[in-house]
Design a protein around this ligand. Structure first.
Ligand SMILES: Nc1ncnc2c1ncn2[C@@H]1O[C@H](COP(=O)(O)OP(=O)(O)OP(=O)(O)O)[C@@H](O)[C@H]1O
Length: 291
């Protein structure tokens, strides 16, 4: 039996549409399934914790975006129950990073093939991170995008760019201390620090182009020491990953990072806001089984 966890409001209603299609296909294919709809933030993890030991369970399938995948994945870390994904969010960075088809038909086909693989996750303070997290400018953008659900409906991924431009006008870079596996680095005028185990985040920005999801390591990208004009010029190059050639972009790779800004910065995990710094991020190698 496949168990579906559906976030009907993901992608501003796309979750509901995708489920209607999948439900019809499951009936046509005469497949055994159960389904639950999430009611609020955090509910997907509660559902997974209730059902992950059901007899005959083949997989738990998340229908939603990166927030839903974070919640479903958090409940499955450390178990052998595979997570399937049918993308229905706005950014869908996990799906992009794992080459999961955006077409529900092909995403379902991939799930039914049942080819499992294991991926790294991480712990950010007391929360699990499935794909990416960070602090600074990008976290403020994630916060703003969360408050602009209606805008996402009309502009989709472009919403990230629109909100980024708005925040850019009032943003003040900070001094930040980063510890990488015990070695300390000081950076001035930091715009953002992103940590990822897939190359892309925020709707397709290739922030850590070399990140791999099963190498037991996390990639960190720190953008620092730039004035506003230089940051604005650098930003579009991150969509192709070319920003890493710029002298103000510092990359680190490691198992554990601590990020301590001189003044408080908000942080995010898989695009959901975590209102706290400093943050400690620790890799949890090959801890989640994915289809
Ligand atoms: N019934 C619900 N009502 C309101 N919010 C919900 C409900 N169910 C889940 N949520 C919350 O919706 C949020 C957004 O979900 P999700 O990230 O899957 O979609 P998205 O934001 O459209 O996509 P993406 O993150 O890929 O851009 C999550 O934080 C989740 O906890």
């Amino acid at each position: 039996m496949h168990f579906f966890v559906v976030n009907a409001v993901s992608g501003n209603g796309r979750g509901q549409e995708v489920w209607a299609y999948i439900k019809r296909r499951l009936h046509e294919l005469d497949l055994d399934y159960q389904v639950r709809f999430t009611q609020s933030m955090g509910n997907a993890t509660e559902i997974v914790n209730e059902v992950k030991h059901l007899p005959g369970l083949k997989a738990i399938v998340a229908i939603g975006g990166d927030g839903t995948i974070n919640e479903v994945g958090s409940g499955l870390i450390g178990t052998s129950v595979p997570m399937g994904i049918i993308p229905a969010g706005t950014g869908n960075d996990f799906a992009l990073g794992h080459q999961i088809p955006f077409d529900p038909e092909y995403a379902l086909k991939r799930i039914l093939k049942h080819e499992t693989y294991q991926v790294d996750t991480a712990k950010i303070n007391n929360r699990y991170m499935i794909s990416f997290g960070g602090t600074g400018f990008d976290a403020l953008v994630a916060d703003a995008v969360q408050l602009r659900r209606w805008q996402k409906q009309w502009f989709g991924r472009l919403t990230y760019g629109i909100e980024a431009l708005k925040i850019f006008r009032s943003f003040t870079p900070r001094q930040v201390t980063i510890t990488v596996d015990g070695v300390q680095y000081e950076y001035e005028n930091v715009w953002l620090i992103a940590i990822s185990n897939i190359p892309n985040y925020a709707g397709g920005i290739k922030i850590c182009p070399q990140a791999q999801n099963n190498d037991g390591l996390l990639d960190l990208c720190c953008i620092q020491n730039l004035n506003s004009f230089q940051f604005l010029r650098l930003f579009p190059t991150a969509y192709s990953g070319k920003h890493v050639q710029h002298r103000s972009v510092v990359l680190h790779r490691g198992k554990e990072f601590t990020i301590s800004p001189q003044h408080s910065f908000i942080a995010h995990v898989d695009g959901e806001i975590l209102k706290e710094t400093p943050i400690t991020v620790k890799v949890v190698p090959r801890s989640l089984t994915v289809l």
